[in-house]
Every structure is written in C-alpha cells, then in structure tokens.
Design a protein. Sequence first.
Length: 300
Amino acid sequence: MASLKEVRSRIQSVSSTQQITKAMKMVAAAKLRRAQDNIIRMRPYAQRLTSILANLTRTTTDEVVSEYGQVREVRRVLIIAITSDRGLAGAFNANIFKGVSALIADRYANLPVNAISIMAIGKKAHDYYGRRSYARVGDYTHVFAQLSFNTVRLAAEEAMSGFVAGTYDEVVMVYNEFKNVATQFVQAEQLLPLVPTAEPAGTPSATAPDNSIDYIFEPSKEEIIQTLIPQSLKIQLYKAVLESNASEHGARMTAMDKATDNAGELLKSLKLTYNRTRQAAITTEILEIVGGAEALAASR
C-alpha cells in the first residue's frame, strides 16, 4: 500500500491537472463560439458561390474554366492535409492522418510515394509528414496563429499554380467538417480539377433545366469568370480551414471536459485510498500503544 505522503502528492498533482483541464475547456469554449460564428457566416456564401461556379462550368467553354477544369491522367497528386497547431484535442489530428492514408489507399494506391505531395496546413500535419517519405509543399504552420482569408489565399494560390503548370493532376483537401461540439467528420474534397456537380435538391437551379440559367454579366463575361473561378477555389480552401478551426476547438473542449471528469473520478479514488491508509496507520498506532501499555502492566 502506498504511503500517505505518496497518496497526498498524487492528489495534489491530479488537482493541479484538473484545474488546467478546466481552464483549457473554458478557453476552447470561448474560441469555439467565435470559430462557429465564422463558419456559419461563411457556409451560405461558399455554397452559393460553388453553385454559381458549377453552373458556369456546365454552360461555358472559357479558357479560365478549361485550365482549372482540365481532367488529366492522374500521375501526380497534391493532398492538402488540414490539422491544428496544438494537440490535446482527442483524435482530431489522428483522424486526419487516417483519412489521408485511407484516401491514398483507395484512390492513389497505384501511384509511387514520390508522386504524392502533401501540403500541410497546421503544425501537427507539418511535423507528422516531415517524418514520412512524402514530399512536403510550402510551410503553412502559421495559418492558425492569425487566421484570415489572406493567409489561406497563399496556400490556395500555390496549389492552383501547381495544377495549371501540370505539377499536379489532382488536388484534394482532407479536413474535419464541423457538425457540433462533440461531432466532426473527416472530409476528402476534390479542389482541382473543377468538376461540374448537380446542385442539392430544393435549390432553385436544381429544379430548373441547365439552359434556363441565364446570368447577366457586368462588366463582361470574360472578366467575371477570370475573377470568379480563382476566387471560388480560394474560398473553398478557406471554408475548409474554418471548418477545421471550429472542429479543433470543439474537439478540444470535449477532450478537456472528459479529462476534467476523469480527474474528478481519480481524485475520489485517491481520497478514498488516502483515508483508508490514514485510518490503517491510526489503527496500527493505537494497537501499538495498547500493546505497549499491556506489556508494561504485565511486567509490574
């Protein structure tokens, strides 16, 4: 049985850890509220812009659409893995690594390792793939320190220029999509090449034929498309980063809540052990005193 000093030391250690996990939970909750507001505001804009982009790719043959929508034989791939800068968020980062591995096994199993490049957004992905044999593209470990569209835009532009130049035949994003505080889903979403997709049921253009979509372009169709296509791609990556950011804080809040509860359970167990150990020590001392008194009485 552990000594009283050892048990007391463990109680103090667990109590300190519990205070830290409580504080981290509160910080994550505050950050989650802001991150959740950001992604809720971004989703309708990104979805509508993607919808317009899908319609344009079906109804136009513009060169800008062609260069970003060119489907080639897949020989080189860029995977954008979006993780966090810090840990203590449960399986948040590990799920991304598993998702990337599953994507490679399912879609790119026939490609050699040197044909797959990783653009790591977040320090955890940067460190993880730095120890692997995949080629790393760029250094975007600073994105979450000052999260904004401009910081993410640089990563999107590098991926886009690599695709246009033929360095990559496909660009895929792997990120955690935010559902709620306790639930995040790993998504593997193709960024390039552009693929015309049908709109979700219930949207106005989904119920109308493609040829009924008639956009009015101002100042000109060419200028609008040249601006809209690259902007839409950047927005898609920015949305994925915002989804990951909200998911990270949700996962960390959940993990710290569970850690706080576990620390509470452990404290109860340690305090029970401490009381039992103390009671056993007191009983032993009483028995020794009574035994000594009886021995003295018997010797008289």
